[in-house]
Design a protein around this ligand. Structure first.
Ligand code: 26W
Length: 812
C-alpha cells in the first residue's frame, strides 16, 4: 500500500515527536533524538496498519505461520521501513530541508545483531517477504540483551567487545507484559492418578517469567505487517523481600540474576555446537513461551484445541527450536487433559523443519543426564516419542539394531534434535537443490528410505528490498528508470533487466553506479578504519563467517602466491587488486581466530612492500554485520564463494553479491550450482573439486595433500611462507598450527577441506577471470547479467515455494 504523505505532514510528524516525546525543539535536539522521532513517526504508520491487519486475520479465520528461530539478524530498521513504505525520498528531502544529513540520522540506530550469520539473516529476509506477500506470520525468538559481539582488530588479531544494543533504548519494540507466561525448569516429577486421569506434579522446580516484546516488521507496500515477538526473561518474584529483610541483599540479587541470565546473550557459535546448559535453557525458554502463547490465543479465539492445526503452522529454523514439539505435547496432555494419541494427532500436523547444515558439528545433541535434570517432564515425553519411533523403524528395518540405534531420538546417553524433528515433522527441507539432495542421499539417507515424501529442497533467497533498494539506491534508480519499480513488489519483473543488456548506454551507466559504490566504500573505510583503498582497482571480496570450510585460508594462500609471483618477476602482469575480507570468528574457535591473524599478517606484508603495495592491497573490514554488508556488497566486483564442495548448505551472501552486479568465482557448492545455471557458465568462474569428487576421496581415503605440496612449487611457496619468516609476525611458530593442519592434520585427517587440492584450479581460474576483467566490454555485460538473473534468488520466490509445498497460507 502506498503511503501518500506530504512533506509537510512528515515534517510535522517528526517535530511533533521531538516536542511531545523529548520536550525539544529541532535546534535543541540531539541526533539520537531526531533519529528516534523519525522512527516513532514511521512506527505510527506501521502500527496502525498492523493492528487492523491482525484483527482481519482473526475475523477471516486465516492460518498464521509461526517461524521459530533462535536468531533473527535484522540489522537497522529505519531506512528499510522508509523504502518499504515508499517514503524514502520524502523523508530524505525533509531531513535535508531541516539542515540534517540523512546518513548521520540513519547511523544513530544500532544494528539488531540477534544472529550469527546465514541462518539468522535468512529469518529476517523471510519476514520481509512474508509481509510483502501479505501472508500472516509471527517470528519468535529471544530478546537477547547482548547481540553478537562487536569485532575490533587490535595488534593483528580479533578482539571481542560486547554488543549492548539496547543501551540507548529501542523505539521499535512494544512490550506486552499482559501476555507474559511462566516457564518451568528443574525439579522432580510426581505422577498422581486422580479421578480425571493422570496429573503431573512438580517438586522443587523453579520458574522464570517470559515477557514478550513485539516489533512490527513491514514488507514492501504491504497490507500485512509481520510480527517479530522476542521473549525476555524476568525473575518471578522481583526482589525477594525475605532476603532483604534479613539483610541478605547479595542472595536476593543473585537469584534475580540467575533467572535473567537466560536472555542475556546470544551464543556466538555458528555451525559448531558446544552443548551448554544455558543454551538449552534459552531454547526451552522461548519455545515453551511461544507454545503457551499459541494455545492461550487459540483458546481465547476459537475455544476448541482440536482445530489448532487449521490456524497455526510452525516452522522450526534448524533444530534450535525443536523443543516446541514436546512442549506442545506437554501442554495438551498435562494442562489440557488430552491423551497421547489425541495430542499427537494435533502436533503431528503442525510442525515442519528446515535443516541448514551438513556438518556433524552442527547437528545438535544433548546429554541425556543434563537434559533430564533441567527438563524432567520434557525428557519423559521425548522417551515416549522415541519408543514409538523405534517401533516404527523396527517395521522398516526388522532386526537391524545398529541402524535403528543410529536413527533413534535417544541413544547412547544422547538426545538428538534432528532425529526428533524428522520423526515428528511433516516436511524436512534443505536450503538449496544440492543440499536437499545431500540430505536424502547422505545425511538422512536411512530416514529418506522410510519417509521418502518428507524430504525436499527449497533454495534460499534474499529480500531485494534490503539488498538492492536499501543497500544500492543508485542501481535501483537506474533499473527503475528503464523498467519501472514494479520489480520491487513482483520479483519476476527483474527478468526484464535482461533486455537492457543489449543497450551499451545501460551497461555504461551500470558501471558508473559500480564505481560510485566503490567510492562510497572507500570513503566509509577511510572514516571508520582510517584505511585507504583505490576504487580504480578490482574489488575482490570474501565476506562471511569465518569457518575452515568457507576457506578464507585458500584465498590468503592465493594472495601469498601472487605476492611471490610479483617479487620473483617484476615484469609479470597482475591486475591491480584490493582483496577485502570481512569475517567474525567464534571466540572459542581457535583456528578461525588464527586464520584472521594470518590474513592480517599477509595484509601487513603486501601492503608495505614497495614491490607490491601499488598493485596488491589486502584489507580486513572490522565487524562484519548487516550494516557493513550494505556498504560492502554493492561495491564488489568479484564475489568469492569458495567453500569445499558439499559443505555450504546454500549460502545467501552469494545471492546478495550477484544481485548487486558482482561476478562469482566459486565452487559447485550450495546455491552456487543454481547461480551458475541462471547466469550460464560463461558468466561465472567455477573451479575445483565437485561434491562427488570430494565424496569419493572421503569414502576411499585417497586424498594425499602432501603430493600436491611436492608437485606444485607455487603452492609450496605459499605454504612455506606461513612458517619461514616471510610474514611480519613476532613468532615463527604463530602459524605452524595452520601449516600442520594442512599437511599432517589433526589425528590422521590432513587438509580436511581440500585447500591443496583446489589451489591450482583456483589460481588458474582467477587468472582467466582477470583477463576477462581487463576487457571492459565483456566485463560490464557479465556484471549486469548477474543482476539481471538474480530474480530467482529473491526471497519472495522462496516464500512462494514454502507456501505451496508446506504452509498453505492464504494471503490477507
Ligand atoms: C552452535 C550450533 C549451530 C549450528 C548450526 C549454530 C548455528 C548453525 C546454523 C545452522 C549455521 C548456519 O547459519 N547455516 C547457514 O544457513 C544459511 C541459511 O540457510 C545457509 O545459506 C548457509 O549455507 C549455512 O551455512
Amino acid at each position: 500500500m502506498a503511503h501518500e504523505r506530504s512533506k509537510e505532514e512528515i515534517k510535522e510528524g517528526i517535530l511533533g515527536k521531538l516536542k511531545r516525546h523529548f520536550g525539544k525543539t529541532l535546534e535543541e535536539a540531539t541526533k539520537d533524538q531526531i533519529y528516534k522521532s523519525c522512527a516513532l513517526s514511521i512506527r505510527d504508520v506501521i502500527v496502525e496498519q498492523w493492528t487492523d491487519a491482525n484483527k482481519q486475520v482473526l475475523n477471516q479465520g486465516l492460518k498464521r505461520l509461526y517461524y521459530l528461530s533462535a536468531e533473527f539478524l535484522m540489522g537497522r530498521a529505519l531506512v528499510n521501513n522508509m523504502v518499504n513504505l515508499h517514503l524514502l525520498k520524502e523523508y530524505n528531502d525533509v531531513l535535508c530541508d531541516m539542515g540534517l544529513k540523512p546518513d548521520e540520522i540513519e547511523e544513530q540506530e544500532r544494528d539488531a545483531g540477534l544472529g550469527n550469520g546465514g541462518l539468522g539473516r535468512l529469518a529476517a529476509c523471510f519476514l520481509d517477504s512474508l509481509s510483502t506477500l501479505d501472508l500472516p506470520v509471527t517470528g519468535c525468538s529471544i530478546r537477547y540483551e547482548y547481540g553478537l559481539f562487536k569485532q575490533r582488530i587490535l595488534d593483528g588479531e580479533q578482539v571481542e567487545v560486547n554488543d549492548n544494543w539496547l543501551e540507548a533504548g529501542n523505539v521499535w519494540e512494544i512490550p506486552r507484559p499482559e501476555e507474559q507466561v511462566e516457564v518451568r525448569f528443574g525439579g522432580e516429577i510426581e505422577e498422581i492418578w486422580t479421578e480425571t486421569g493422570l496429573k503431573i506434579r512438580y517438586k522443587n522446580s523453579y520458574s522464570v517469567l517470559a515477557i514478550p516484546y513485539d516489533y512490527p516488521v513491514i514488507g514492501y507496500m504491504s497490507k500485512m505487517p509481520a510480527t517479530l515477538r522476542l521473549w525476555s526473561a524476568k525473575a518471578k518474584t522481583g526482589l525477594d523481600m525475605n532476603y532483604f529483610n534479613r539483610g541478605d541483599y547479595a542472595q536476593a540479587m543473585q537469584e534475580r540474576e540467575l533467572a535473567e541470565v537466560i536472555s542475556k546473550v546470544l551464543y556466538p557459535e555458528d555451525n559448531h555446537e558446544q552443548g551448554r546448559q544455558l543454551r538449552l535453557k534459552q531454547f526451552y525458554f522461548f519455545t515453551s513461551a511461544t507454545m503457551q502463547h499459541i494455545v492461550r490465543k487459540h483458546k481465547q479465539n476459537y475455544g476448541d484445541l482440536h482445530t489448532l492445526p487449521n490456524y497455526f503452522t510452525v516452522q522450526i529454523n534448524d533444530t534450535h527450536p525443536t523443543l516446541a514439539i514436546p512442549e506442545l505435547l506437554r501442554i495438551l496432555m498435562d494442562e489440557e487433559g488430552m491423551g497421547w494419541d489425541e495430542a499427537m494427532d494435533i502436533v503431528g500436523r503442525m510442525f515442519n523443519y528446515t535443516n541448514h547444515t551438513v556438518l556433524v558439528e552442527g547437528l545438535e545433541c544433548w546429554n541425556e543426564e543434563l537434559f533430564q535434570s533441567l527438563l524432567p517432564r520434557i525428557c519423559q515425553i521425548i522417551q515416549v516419542l522415541n519408543e514409538k519411533f523405534c517401533d516404527r523403524l523396527w517395521q522398516a528395518y526388522p532386526g537391524q539394531w545398529d541402524k535403528i540405534g543410529s536413527m533413534a531420538i535417544v541413544a547412547y546417553g544422547e538426545i538428538r534434535m534432528a532425529n526428533l524433528c524428522i520423526a515428528v515433522c511433516g516436511k524436512v527441507n534443505g536450503v538449496s537443490r544440492l543440499h536437499g539432495e545431500i540430505l536424502k542421499t547422505r545425511t538422512f539417507r536411512d530416514f529418506y528410505t522410510v519417509f521418502p515424501d518428507k524430504f525436499l529442497g527449497i533454495t534460499n533467497g534474499v529480500t531485494h528490498r534490503r539488498w538492492l533498494a536499501k543497500a544500492n539506491q543508485p542501481l535501483t534508480e537506474l533499473i527503475a528508470d528503464h523498467i519501472g519499480d514494479g520489480f520491487l513488489k513482483d520479483y519476476r519483473e527483474m527478468d526484464r533487466i535482461g533486455d537492457l543488456l543489449l543497450k551499451e548506454s545501460f551497461l555504461d551507466d551500470f558501471m558508473c553506479v559500480k564505481r560510485k559504490n566503490k567510492e562510497r566504500l572507500a570513503a566509509h573505510l577511510k572514516k571508520t578504519q582510517g584505511i585507504e583503498i583505490d576504487p580504480g582497482t578490482v574489488f575482490d571480496v570474501h565476506a562471511k563467517r569465518l569457518h575452515e570450510y568457507k576457506r578464507q585460508l585458500l584465498k590468503a594462500l592465493h594472495i601469498l602466491h601472487l605476492y611471490h609471483l610479483r617479487k620473483t618477476n617484476p615484469q609479470v602482469q597482475i591486475e591491480p587488486a584490493t582483496f577485502l575480507f570481512a569475517a567474525k570468528a567464534s571466540p572459542g574457535y581457535a583456528r578461525a581466530k588464527n586464520i584472521i591473524r594470518l590474513i592480517l599478517a599477509v595484509a601487513k606484508l603486501v601492503n608495505n612492500d614497495p614491490d607490491t603495495k601499488d598493485i596488491l592491497r589486502v584489507v580486513f573490514i572490522e565487524n562484519y554485520s548487516v550494516s557493513e554488508a550494505e556498504v560492502l556488497i554493492p561495491a564488489a566486483d568479484i564475489s568469492e564463494q569458495i567453500s569445499t564442495a558439499g559443505f555450504e548448505a546454500s549460502g545467501t551472501g552469494n545471492m546478495k553479491f550477484m544481485m548487486n552486479g558482482a561476478v562469482t568465482i566459486g565452487t559447485m557448492d550450495g546455491a552456487n550450482v543454481e547461480i551458475s545455471e541462471e547466469v550460464g557458465l560463461d558468466n561465472i568462474f567455477i573451479f575445483g573439486a565437485s561434491e562427488q569428487d570430494i565424496e569419493k576421496m572421503e569414502r576411499y581415503g585417497t586424498y594425499k595433500p602432501g603430493e600436491y605440496y611436492e608437485q606444485n612449487t607455487d603452492l609450496r611457496y605459499a605454504l612455506n611462507a606461513m612458517i619461514d619468516g616471510t610474514l611480519p609476525v613476532a613468532s615463527d611458530r604463530q602459524f605452524s598450527d595452520l601449516y600442520h593442519s594442512l599437511l599432517f592434520g589433526d589425528m590422521d585427517r590432513a587438509d580436511r577441506y581440500y585447500l591443496l587440492y583446489d589451489f591450482a584450479p583456483y589460481a588458474q581460474v582467477y587468472e582467466t577471470m582477470m583477463s576477462v576483467y581487463r576487457n571492459k566490454d565483456e566485463w560490464k555485460r557479465m556484471a549486469a547479467m548477474n543482476t539481471a538473473k538474480s530474480g530467482h534468488f529473491a526471497a519472495d520466490r522462496t516464500i512462494h515455494e514454502y507456501n505451496d509445498k508446506i504452509w498453505h497460507l492464504k494471503e490477507m
